[in-house]
Every structure is written in structure tokens, then in C-alpha cells.
Design a protein around this ligand. Structure first.
Ligand code: ATP
Ligand code: MG
Length: 263
């Protein structure tokens, strides 16, 4: 079994990183692929969105990152759904961005964690915080690829150069595998010309990377996390669910061809 590790990253806030992580993972797991979600954002929205109370979480990703004696296997919640596991976060992770600065191998901590468990999973999705700090650098250093969510709005590409530079820096110095695996357009509203123009512009910027699937703006997607449900559980017939199912199919197909992509 080949394991694919993807960082879901964009330093811009509110673009759909967490929504995409949760729902892509839900459909990967539903397709029978063993999937681990890692919540690497102190906001812990992925943890709570999957129905795990982040305040009641004991040890979390923070302890595993800063304390080598805490093993990922002790902290991972196995089978929170069939084929789906979660390495949860809680608010203490805010301290990690600073504490990591003083630790050995500070950029490689996530990679060392994943080396211990990667063989247990087919897909590992890391939900990154909206910053390019050490947490995100740890995710990029551990990842095979980056999935970049972009919101269909006028300034979607603003700040993109910093993110692409960061990916390049990590590739040059820390992890020669990491690549931009895919760009997913979120909150698409087909009724506006602007959204269609943004899609055209992003297709020109990322002709190979853009996924065909557009994630529509869909209220059901924004409601689901408040019930601790994935969209598959909340409303499997909604346009949002159908879109994330299609995206999961694209990710599975593209991941199978990754070696040739990397060449
Ligand atoms: P942050 O940078 O703060 O971590 P994020 O990039 O993870 O944010 P999300 O939390 O996934 O973004 O989404 C931001 C907000 O937009 C949330 O309220 C979410 O429910 C909503 N949202 C995300 N995708 C959609 C969608 N396709 N349709 C409607 N609402 C959406
Ligand atoms: Mg988020």
C-alpha cells in the first residue's frame, strides 16, 4: 500500500481548508481508503467538525510534536468513522509555533511522527493553520504534495507567491518530494460572472494543478460542522456532498499517477 500525505494549505484564512480536509477525508474513507486526518491548526476546527470535543481531548498533536516520549499511536483516535482516524488538536497548539523554534529538528518533527505510522494509512491529510509559520513548514516537510484551496473571489491569487515560494524553499532545503498536487476552487457561485472569471484566471495560472471539480457555495457544508458531522452524514444528496465525492475520485486517480507527475 502506498501512502500519500497531503498538506491542505493556504495562509489566507477562511478559504475552505478545514471544510475540504473533513469532507475529502470523509469520501476517501467512504471509498474504502484508510485515511488519517491530522488537525494542525490551533483553532481545532477539524477536530470539533468531526464531532470530537477539543476541550475534552487529553493529549493532542501538540504533545506529540514537542515531546518525543509521546507517541502518535497513543493520541490518534482510531476509527472515529469506518476507515477514518483523527490526530486531534486543541488550543495549546498555539504555543507550538514558538516552542518549536527552540527544539532540535524543528522542521522535521511532523515527518518523524508520520514515519512511525504512515504505513497504517493510504491517505494522510494535514489541515494547516492560516499562516506560513513552523506548523505549516512541518506539514510541508512531511508531505508528498500540497492541496491548495482557493476561494472563488476577486483576490483569490493574492499572497499566492509567498505560498509558492515557501513550497519551493521547503523542496530545496527540507523535502525534495513536495509538490503542488492540486488546486481546489471553493465556494463557487455559478450565478456570478465574477466566480466564472476567477475560475478562468486560476485555470490559466494552474492548468495542470486545478481540479475539474468546483466546490459550490452550499449552506449544508457550512452547517455540518456545528453538528459534528461530515457532509456525507449531514446531507449526502446536497451539491456540496456530490462535489466532495467527485473531488475524492479525482484525488484518488491523480494520486495513483503521482510518480509520473513528479517527473
Ligand atoms: P481558517 O483559515 O480559519 O482555518 P479555512 O481555510 O479552514 O479557515 P473553512 O473553515 O473551511 O476555511 O471555511 C471558512 C468558512 O466558510 C466556514 O464558516 C465554512 O463553514 C464556510 N465554508 C467553507 N466552504 C464552504 C462552501 N463550499 N459553501 C459554504 N460555506 C463554506
Ligand atoms: Mg481551518
Amino acid at each position: 500500500m502506498t501512502t500519500r500525505i497531503f498538506a491542505i494549505a493556504n495562509q489566507k484564512g477562511g478559504v475552505g481548508k478545514t471544510t475540504s480536509t473533513i469532507n475529502l477525508a470523509a469520501f476517501l474513507a467512504n471509498a474504502g481508503r484508510k485515511t488519517l486526518v491530522i488537525d494542525l491548526d490551533p483553532q481545532s476546527n477539524t477536530t470539533t467538525g468531526l464531532g470530537v470535543d477539543s476541550h475534552a481531548v487529553g493529549a493532542s498533536i501538540y504533545e506529540v510534536l514537542v515531546n518525543e516520549s509521546v507517541k502518535p499511536g497513543d493520541v490518534i483516535r482510531k476509527e472515529i468513522r469506518p476507515n477514518l482516524a483523527l490526530l486531534p488538536a486543541k488550543v495549546d497548539l498555539y504555543a507550538a509555533d514558538i516552542e518549536l523554534v527552540y527544539l532540535d529538528n524543528r522542521e522535521y518533527r511532523m515527518r518523524h511522527i508520520l514515519d512511525q505510522i504512515r504505513n497504517d494509512y493510504e491517505f494522510i491529510l494535514i489541515d494547516c493553520p492560516p499562516s506560513l509559520g513552523l506548523l505549516t513548514v512541518n506539514a510541508l516537510t512531511a508531505a508528498d504534495g500540497v492541496i491548495l484551496p482557493l476561494q472563488c473571489e476577486y483576490f483569490a491569487l493574492e499572497g499566492m507567491q509567498q505560498l509558492l515560494n515557501t513550497i519551493r524553499l521547503v523542496r530545496d532545503r527540507l523535502n525534495n518530494k513536495v509538490m503542488l498536487f492540486g488546486v481546489v476552487l471553493t465556494m463557487f457561485d455559478s450565478r456570478t460572472n465574477l466566480a466564472t472569471e476567477v475560475v478562468t484566471e486560476i485555470s490559466q495560472h494552474f492548468p495542470k494543478e486545478k481540479f475539474d471539480t468546483l466546490i459550490p457555495r452550499n449552506i449544508r457544508l457550512s452547517e455540518a460542522p456545528s453538528y459534528g458531522r461530515t457532509i456525507l452524514e449531514h446531507d449526502p444528496r446536497s451539491p456540496g456532498a456530490l462535489a466532495y465525492q467527485k473531488l475524492a475520485e479525482e484525488v484518488i486517480a491523480r494520486a495513483a499517477n503521482m510518480e509520473s507527475l513528479n517527473a
